[in-house]
Design a protein around this ligand. Structure first.
Ligand code: UTP
Length: 219
């Protein structure tokens, strides 16, 4: 059993239903149980920014983000076979659904982190063999490559090293770093084998087939 963190920006991008169909096809064609945690993407960030500018507190902003991730999850679930109509909002329900279906899609759970952390917690809870994080970066870099031109991509790192790299990131609602700090801490404590890669349908297929792209986080 594997868990996929599918970033909202990755899945929806410019709201192309073709892109969503392509991801769904890769997931449907995979012969094995998959739990998919869908992110909020640009639309969640827009809602959060608007709420924040109107004076909403950070928890309220997070709850708004969670609501969007659940809508996004519901849209992906429409395209999947052997997947329940229900989008679980907690880990025991997701686990129970995975006993009955091959594919289960969920969004966020509770405030204070992103769906990266949700996916890491789910992976820990269901004892998944691997966590696959499909994101908008092609791996983990020594420092933020959008700011530092000398940043280097890391092919393989330990969970301790991952925690060190992301520990300087902000945890404000709607912030974006390669993975969030809580996700890295959960990966560290459970030692779950994790691959962080550029989320395209082709790359998702590659990693589901055991390909080595992006960054592998493992002891
Ligand atoms: P995302 O997981 O989408 O964050 O959650 P992201 O980093 O913007 O990821 P992409 O762009 O989809 O790849 C959106 C927001 O929803 C709240 C947080 O505020 C997060 O920034 N959220 C989400 C939670 O508070 N808890 C959750 O379990 C999930």
């Amino acid at each position: 059993m594997r868990v996929i963190a599918l970033g909202g920006s990755v899945l929806f991008g410019d709201f192309s239903s073709e892109n969503i169909k392509k991801f769904a096809q890769v997931i449907n064609e995979h012969d094995g149980k998959l739990a998919i945690v869908v992110g909020g993407g640009k639309i969640a960030r827009r809602y959060i920014e608007t709420a924040r500018s109107l004076g909403a507190d950070e928890v309220t902003c997070d709850i708004i983000g969670i609501d969007v991730t659940r809508i996004n999850a519901r849209i992906l679930a429409v395209c999947l076979s052997n997947c329940p109509d229900t989008v679980p909002d907690n880990f025991p329900d997701a686990k129970e659904l995975l006993n009955r279906y091959d594919k289960v899609v969920m969004g966020g759970t509770f405030p204070g982190h992103t769906t990266d952390a949700t996916s890491a917690l789910l992976a820990e809870f269901i004892r998944a063999e691997e966590l696959l994080i499909a994101t908008s970066a092609d791996g983990v870099y020594t420092k933020d490559p959008r700011i530092y031109s000398d940043a280097e991509k890391i092919e393989k790192m330990t969970p301790d090293e991952l925690v060190e790299v992301v520990s300087r990131s902000s945890i404000n609602a709607g912030s974006s770093s390669v993975v969030d700090l809580l996700a890295s801490k959960v990966i560290q404590r459970s030692g779950i084998k994790t691959r962080i890669f550029l989320g395209t349908p082709e790359n998702l297929k590659k990693v589901l087939d055991g390909g080595s792209i992006g960054t592998l986080v493992s002891y």
